[in-house]
Design a protein around this ligand. Structure first.
Ligand code: SF4
Length: 189
C-alpha cells in the first residue's frame, strides 16, 4: 500500500513540477525584459534574403508620440533593454535617435543594427543619444561582393561611415555607441 502511495505521489510530482516551476517563474518575472521596437519599416536597400521589399503591411515611420506611449508601458513592466530595429533602416526615421535618448534617459540599454548608409548625417546625434551598441552591416571586404548581398548599397560610403563614427567617438571621448560590424561567410568565398 505505502509503495503504491509513494509511486502516485512521485508520478503526480513529475507531472505538476514543470507547471509549478513556470507558475512561480512567471509570478517572479511575468514579462520579458528585452523588447524590439520597429521605429520604421522603410528601407533604402533590397538585401538578399530580407523580407522588407516584400512586406505587405503599410510602410511608415513610428512617431515620437507613439514611442512615448510604448515607452511608458515598457517602463511599467520593467523592461531594461530595447532594440530599435526590425525590418527597416532605423536611421530613415529622423526621430529614432530621439527615441533612443528617451529610453537611455530612463535607464534602459539600447541597441540597433543599421545598413550604415546614413551614419554621416547623424554621427553626432548617435553618440549624444547614449546608444549603447550599434551594429553596422558591412558584410563584405570589397564592393563587388558587398553589392551581391546589399543590393542598392554604397560600400565606400558605409566603410567611410564606420571610420567616421569611430573617429568621432574617440574625439568626443565617448564610451557609448560600442561599434560592431560583421562579415558574411558568403562574401569570403
Ligand atoms: S538594410 Fe536591413 S531592412 Fe533593409 S533590406 Fe537590408 S536587411 Fe532588409
Amino acid at each position: 500500500m505505502v509503495p503504491k502511495i509513494l509511486d502516485n505521489v512521485k508520478r503526480g510530482f513529475i507531472k505538476t513540477f514543470p507547471q509549478a516551476f513556470f507558475y512561480v517563474y512567471g509570478a517572479i518575472r511575468p514579462y520579458p525584459k528585452h523588447f524590439i521596437v520597429e521605429t520604421t519599416n522603410i528601407c533604402n536597400l533590397k538585401c538578399k534574403g530580407c523580407n522588407n521589399p516584400y512586406l505587405k503591411r503599410e510602410k511608415r515611420n513610428m512617431s515620437i508620440e507613439e514611442f512615448k506611449h510604448i515607452l511608458a508601458q515598457l517602463k511599467e513592466i520593467g523592461v531594461n533593454h530595447i532594440d530599435f530595429d526590425f525590418c527597416g533602416e532605423p536611421l530613415l526615421n529622423k526621430d529614432t535617435l530621439k527615441m533612443v535618448k528617451l529610453a537611455h534617459d530612463s535607464g534602459i540599454k539600447t541597441f540597433f543594427s543599421t545598413n550604415g548608409t546614413f551614419i554621416d548625417q547623424y554621427v553626432d546625434d548617435i553618440i549624444k543619444s547614449g546608444l549603447d551598441e550599434i551594429l553596422i552591416d558591412l558584410d563584405a571586404v570589397e564592393s563587388k561582393s558587398y553589392l551581391k548581398l546589399r543590393v542598392g548599397g554604397d560600400f565606400e560610403r558605409v566603410k567611410n561611415n564606420i571610420k567616421l563614427l569611430c573617429d568621432k567617438k574617440n574625439q568626443m571621448k565617448s564610451k557609448k555607441s560600442h561599434c560592431r560590424s560583421r562579415l558574411s561567410h558568403n562574401t569570403l568565398q
